[in-house]
Design a protein around this ligand. Structure first.
Ligand code: HEC
Length: 112
């Protein structure tokens, strides 16, 4: 583009640096939404848990979710069901799922 001083290389660099700070830059929220169907039976379609022993995931911090899933996969965190669920997830799956759950906006209400 004439007059533009932004080279493709610098855009790439900027995105790369942003990627370091915000791990979601390559994660795909829509793909995560589709992948979350297998989780919905316990965690709810939008991450508000339907099973009494399952935690809500809606609005949860993406980095925390990725770490939890990695820990379940490596069995650093033990839970029979989640160890099984995480075993089948790739790094991309985890990133997409975490991005989706973080993208769900939740509203807080405190007691009057
Ligand atoms: C059969 C029910 C069930 C299914 C299906 C299921 N989960 Fe879970 N999940 C649980 C339960 C129960 C826990 C609580 C584990 C514990 O006590 O440590 C949990 C915990 C988690 C946590 C940790 C949350 C936290 O606050 O630390 C994450 C993240 C998670 N699940 C993601 C998923 C994803 C992603 C899927 C789909 C790929 C999935 N789960 C499928 C039942 C389920």
């Amino acid at each position: 583009m004439k007059g533009s001083s932004i080279s493709p290389a610098s855009v790439f660099l900027a995105l790369g640096l942003a990627g370091l700070a915000v791990p979601s830059w390559s994660a795909d929220i829509e793909a995560g939404r589709a992948k979350s169907m297998q989780c919905a039976v316990c965690h709810g379609a939008q991450g508000m848990a339907t099973a009494p022993d399952a935690p809500n995931l809606a609005g949860q911090n993406e980095m925390y979710l990725v770490k939890a899933l990695k820990d379940f996969k490596s069995k650093a965190r033990e839970h029979e069901v989640m160890n099984l669920m995480a075993a089948g997830l790739s790094d991309d799956d985890m990133a997409d799922l975490a991005a989706y759950y973080q993208s769900v906006e939740i509203q807080l209400k405190t007691a009057p």
